[in-house]
Design a protein. Structure first.
Length: 261
């Protein structure tokens, strides 16, 4: 719950221009921090309703939301709002986990299930879903079977070790085409050496440089929304996890349609 606050605080270190790519998002687009979405602290399904209704108003204006999380559950109601406007969307999902679980303690809405709920409601164009960085132990002997059965492209972390991800992103851009795409970036997709401030860390993850390659590789896509989630500042007193997250959000700004150099 303190993730958005810490991301805002660390974003004070993010400047106006991207020195690596030359992009000038603040000169190209009109943008604002419009504050927090109200949630119901005692009722998660009702919180999802509140998030969905808030984002319906945002996307109705053709605004592209960049969301600071927070729990990955929020991506489910956000995608409900986004898909209501654009139809089923492609998804670039960076994460250590698939987040396609079915139930936890009997509940269908939780941070490990948002993308299964999205599939069930037809919010995703499953032929245009890619999940990058997946890894870790599992309760299931084949943890990626559900994803592959839906037609997702699954890129485990092992396939990313010791290499540039630019060739992968060439393929991803081709897969996504010119239709709407949403980016959902769980900070635990990165190795906990770089991002310890998260609730479910997994060893042997992506590097910050690979994270930049993924995001910059989305340049030219029809991006209709982004989020960065699962920053938990209490697990990283240095603030580096949130600083990394704030910079990744800036990189997302830089690849939005209409951003000029």
């Amino acid at each position: 719950r303190f993730g958005p606050r810490q991301l805002r605080a660390e974003s004070g270190m993010v400047r106006r221009y991207n020195g690596s790519t030359g992009e000038a998002p603040f000169d190209s687009l009109r943008m604002a921090d419009i504050g927090d979405v109200n949630v119901n602290l005692y009722n998660l399904p009702d919180s999802c309703r509140l998030v969905r209704e808030a984002f319906q108003k945002i996307v109705a204006t053709s605004c592209v939301p960049l969301t600071l999380g927070g729990d990955h559950t929020i991506t489910y109601p956000i995608l409900q709002a986004v898909a209501q406007k654009y139809g089923p969307v492609g998804l670039v999902h960076v994460d250590a986990h698939t987040d396609t679980g079915d139930r936890a303690l009997g509940e269908k809405i939780y941070h490990g299930a948002p993308f299964r709920r999205c599939v069930e409601e037809g919010l995703l164009d499953c032929a245009r879903v890619v999940q990058i960085g997946l890894r870790g132990s599992s309760y299931d002997p084949d943890p990626y079977k559900y994803c592959r059965d839906q037609g997702f492209r699954v890129v485990p972390a092992e396939q990313c070790w010791r290499k540039s991800l630019e060739p992968l992103m060439v393929e991803v851009r081709e897969q996504m085409g010119d239709k709407p795409v949403y980016i959902s970036f769980d900070i635990d997709g990165l190795d906990p050496a770089y991002a310890p401030g998260t609730g479910t860390p997994e060893i042997a993850g992506l590097t910050p440089a690979q994270a930049l390659e993924i995001i910059r590789g989305c340049k030219g896509l029809k991006i209709v929304g982004c989020d960065l989630v699962e920053v938990a500042p209490m697990y990283d007193v240095s603030g580096n996890t949130a600083l990394l997250g704030a910079n990744l959000l800036f990189e997302m700004l830089c690849v939005l349609p209409g951003v000029k150099t």
